[in-house]
Design a protein. Structure first.
Length: 333
């Protein structure tokens, strides 16, 4: 048995825990209903748990308690495995849950052995990538790197293994492989092999605006890749950072955090003098996410604050110039 069986639900003091809507006393019943063979009942329980346990990014005391039960259900309910693993893969973003995932590595390794569904495989790769060095996680990622049914799964496995996968990067970086695999391999080479950094840098800049990826930058994996690129290039020479930024901007201007990271360097809480090129980037990001009064996206507001930038529209315009409306995408041709 993997995770915690529903028979163990009564062993926790759920009423002392909280979720988005108050006391978590109702969680045991919702988990039982989630496991029901009645699709309507199961669907309603899923909708509730999906929003109550992690609401708009907010983490609650019940979130950690629910984790092992969700892992158990993912291994025992094949019909719900895809959506459960998709949710679990999202939860890996939270540091407070990492120990829970690492304690249950065996569950995910077990699933890798038999699963060929593309979505399930990619989510297993995301989960196992956060457990490298624990149990058999490395061997399971090796298996996904060899037998993953999609380029995305193989790219995630490669990024999870990092230095251990360096010998495999030469084959994956070659022309003819999917752009996302080549980008993952080039990023690992950039980080792990200083003698090949310039070559990897050029490949990353070239791939950033690849037509194959042009319409996909809002995909979670590509967004994560872009963030890792920004972090990797943080210490690169300014021209290389700006070259990568230009390439990425040709594909997207909505992933505000890494756009600012590449343009401005590491986060700063104090406002600094901006070059004309940096102002152009800030203006581009602000135009994509501003409303009547200023920045409307909470993620964008957090990013602007992190770099000491104003969020009020008038203050932004005083800093970088008018925020004239962007053309809708359907008028670009």
């Amino acid at each position: 048995m993997f995770g915690r069986s529903l028979t163990e639900l009564e062993g926790l003091h759920w009423a002392e825990l909280e979720h988005a809507y108050g006391s978590a006393a109702d969680v045991p019943e919702m988990l039982r209903r989630l496991a029901s063979s009645n699709e309507e009942e199961s669907g309603e329980a899923w909708e509730f748990l999906n929003s109550a346990i992690l609401h708009q990014g907010d983490f609650y005391s019940a979130t950690e308690a629910v984790l092992p039960f969700l892992i158990h259900l993912a291994t025992t309910l094949p019909g719900q495995r895809s959506r459960l693993l998709d949710y679990l893969a999202f939860l890996t973003r939270y540091d407070a849950l990492q120990e829970g995932f690492q304690q249950n590595v065996a569950a995910f390794v077990h699933l890798v052995a038999d699963e060929t569904d593309a979505d399930v495989q990619s989510n297993l790769a995301v989960i196992l990538a956060g457990c490298v060095g624990h149990g058999d996680a490395d061997r399971a990622l090796d298996r996904l790197l060899d037998a993953g049914v999609t380029p995305a799964t193989r790219a995630i496995a490669l990024l999870g293994l990092r230095a251990r996968a360096l010998p495999r990067c030469d084959a994956m970086i070659q022309q003819g492989r999917a752009a996302i695999e080549r980008m993952a391999a080039a990023l690992v080479v950039y980080e792990q092999a200083p003698e090949w950094r310039r070559k990897a840098e050029l490949i990353l800049i070239q791939l950033a605006s690849d037509e194959q990826l042009h319409r996909q930058w809002e995909d979670q994996l590509l967004g994560d890749l872009a963030e890792q690129l920004a972090e990797a290039f943080a210490d690169a020479a300014a021209p290389a950072r700006m070259d990568l930024l230009r390439a990425l901007r040709s594909a997207s201007s909505v992933l505000e955090h890494w756009m600012l990271h590449l343009a401005l360097g590491p986060p700063k809480t104090e406002t600094v003098a901006l070059s004309d090129e940096q102002k152009e980037v800030v203006r581009d990001v602000a135009r994509a996410v501003h409303g009547v009064g200023g920045i409307t996206s909470q993620f964008a507001r957090d990013a602007f604050v992190e770099w000491g930038l104003p969020v009020d529209r008038h203050a932004i315009e005083s800093l970088v110039g008018p925020l004239e409306p962007r053309k809708p995408w359907w008028r670009l041709w």
